[in-house]
Design a protein around this ligand. Structure first.
Ligand SMILES: NC(=O)c1ccc[n+]([C@@H]2O[C@H](COP(=O)([O-])OP(=O)(O)OC[C@H]3O[C@@H](n4cnc5c(N)ncnc54)[C@H](O)[C@@H]3O)[C@@H](O)[C@H]2O)c1
Ligand SMILES: O=P(O)(O)OC[C@@H](O)[C@@H](O)[C@H](O)[C@H](O)CO
Length: 500
């Protein structure tokens, strides 16, 4: 067994089944700082940069990963001991796979350990891109009003503190990015580009609006400078990347002989569509499969409204039906009919503009095939987590557009009802499940009132706006929730399937 680190690469070079970096570790120079190094970043952006290095492109774009949250101490321990290296195994639906050691993360900083080092790195003129995968919740906006939430404790603390003399340090992405931009402006250094890679519509626009809202309170003059000089390109990102399991670690050890503290397993599908707005420069992403375009929106809408919303469609129904994995959920005829025909065709698709170069029918079929990839073992529990960040961000806008156009919303109402039923916290056979959500107490308290008020869940204006006042939504929602509670998920899928 070989413990993964730079010194081990030579020993791994003989393996036929494993690709290792074809470049020298010592040649890497940090040009990108990334906040939120989790499974996805390591299966996606870091892979693209690794491909660039392998293809002989400039080594000036290596990544410095930054962890802000207490839980990121685990990533620090894994990556620092391995010189930033890790194993990425991508698995196709037919069972074939590709394994490679990724070398593009040259540095990892756990911000609570050394905030000064993070600010120093962010102020380095060599850093020209700051990229983000901080989850939907990381943007700190109220999903129904779209406003920045100044009262979030960590944000409020960063706003109140003075970082200029080094006596206090930021703790949020907003604090770090704006303080670094302030220092760059003061030093006459050009700003970096902020590249959001999270699953949010107009993710760059949102990042800009939230960053400006923060800066406006902190330092209005700086806010004006950011608005005028910093680019925030939008991007659509796609690769299903489950949470790494103990089985994944064991597989990497057994099949590749590598002791890797935190490998990543993903599907083989990979897509990144990026708005080409990088005034400070960028890597030659187009050379390694990234689609650089002038308008990302059609791609984003397609992906969020077909892939991500469908993930929510299979998550709660799947769990209620007793499934554990995404591939089991789409092997269920009733659920796949509901997802592919009723939701995707009936309600998602009418809200999507023409997407250049994409055959939507083939795209939707491929989504079902991707969800059905049994080798990836994506759990429904992952898809059901943090729903209060996902449903309002992805599905509620679809519902609103369809309501405004006078179109049917029964399938979307059933998805929301399945979340409401799921948030009651017990399955159809009385099994308990952990509801993982930053608003857990609130959503569970609302769901616990269903016996006396079937609309209790829907009354949360922050999550659903005024949907509760739309009879065209409330009627199918009420029917769906009643059927779910009285007869179960299978009965509801059958009823919906018959009426289609
Ligand atoms: N996993 C996927 O299949 C996938 C695919 C496409 C896009 N994404 C995007 O990537 C995001 C992360 O997914 P992942 O699978 O890597 O998750 P993960 O849990 O492995 O990593 C999430 C990272 O975000 C950080 N984070 C969370 N909240 C934060 C906050 N408020 N401020 C700063 N950092 C914060 C965490 O500390 C962690 O480093 C998703 O939310 C999504 O927007 C994921
Ligand atoms: O990671 P989230 O919270 O944005 O969403 C959960 C999944 O829908 C998502 O991770 C998908 O797997 C991903 O968007 C596929 O590209």
């Amino acid at each position: 067994m070989i413990t993964l680190n730079s010194a081990a690469l030579e020993k791994l070079s003989g393996s036929r089944d494993l690709q290792i970096p074809a470049y020298e570790m010592a040649e890497r120079r940090v040009g990108i700082v990334h906040f939120g190094v989790g499974g996805f970043h390591r299966a996606h952006q870091a892979l693209y940069v690794d491909r660039l290095f392998n293809a002989g492109h400039s080594r000036d774009w290596a990544i410095c990963g930054v962890g802000l949250m207490p839980g990121d101490a685990r990533m620090r321990d894994a990556l620092v001991n391995q010189d930033g290296l890790y194993t990425l195994v991508s698995k196709a639906p037919d069972g074939s796979r590709e394994a490679r050691v990724i070398g593009s993360i040259a540095e990892y900083l756990f911000a609570p350990d050394d905030p000064t080092a993070v600010l120093r790195r962010l102020s380095d003129p060599a850093v020209r891109i700051v990229s983000l995968t901080v989850t939907e919740g990381g943007y700190n906006y109220n999903p129904s009003t779209g406003e920045f939430q100044y009262e979030t404790p960590a944000v409020a603390a960063d706003l109140a503190a003075d970082f200029s003399d080094g006596s206090a340090a930021p703790s949020t992405m907003f604090g770090y990015v704006t303080e670094a931009l302030r220092r760059r402006r003061e030093a006459g250094t050009a700003p970096f580009t902020v590249l959001s890679c999270d699953n949010v519509r107009g993710n760059g626009d949102l990042a800009k609006r939230m960053m400006l809202a923060y800066a406006e309170r902190k330092d209005p003059e700086l806010a004006r400078w950011i608005e005028a000089h910093v680019a925030f390109p939008n991007s659509m990102v796609d690769r299903i990347t489950p949470v790494t399991s103990e089985e994944d670690r064991a597989m990497v050890a057994q099949d590749y002989g590598i002791a890797d503290a935190w490998p990543v397993v993903s599907e083989d599908f990979l897509q990144w569509v990026v708005e080409d707005e990088f005034p400070a420069g960028r890597p030659a992403f187009e050379e390694v499969g990234v689609q650089m375009v002038s308008d990302v929106e059609p791609y984003e809408l397609m992906k969020l409204r077909l892939l991500n919303c469908s993930h929510q469609a299979i998550a709660y129904f799947g769990l209620l039906l007793g499934h554990t994995y995404a591939h089991e959920a789409v092997a269920d005829e009733d659920l796949v009919h509901f997802t592919r025909r009723l939701y995707m065709d009936g309600e998602g698709t009418p809200t999507i503009p023409p997407v250049p170069g994409i055959d939507l029918e083939a795209y939707k079929d491929q989504l079902i095939e991707r969800f059905g990839n049994e080798h990836v073992r994506d759990t429904l529990a992952r898809l059901a987590a943090e729903s209060s960040d996902r449903i309002p961000t992805w599905l509620v806008p679809v519902i609103r557009e369809n309501l405004a156009a006078g179109r049917d919303v029964s399938a979307s109402a059933a998805i929301v009802a399945s979340w409401a039923r799921y948030a009651e916290g017990t399955g159809e056979n009385g099994e308990q499940w952990p509801v993982v959500d930053r608003l857990r107490d609130r959503v569970m308290a609302a769901a616990s009132r269903h016996d006396s008020d079937l609309l209790a869940f829907l009354r949360d204006g922050e999550l659903f706006g005024d949907l509760v006042e739309h009879p065209a939504f409330v009627e199918p929602y009420t029917k769906a929730l009643t059927t779910l509670r009285e007869q179960g998920a299978r009965a509801l899928l059958k009823v919906l399937g018959r009426s289609s």
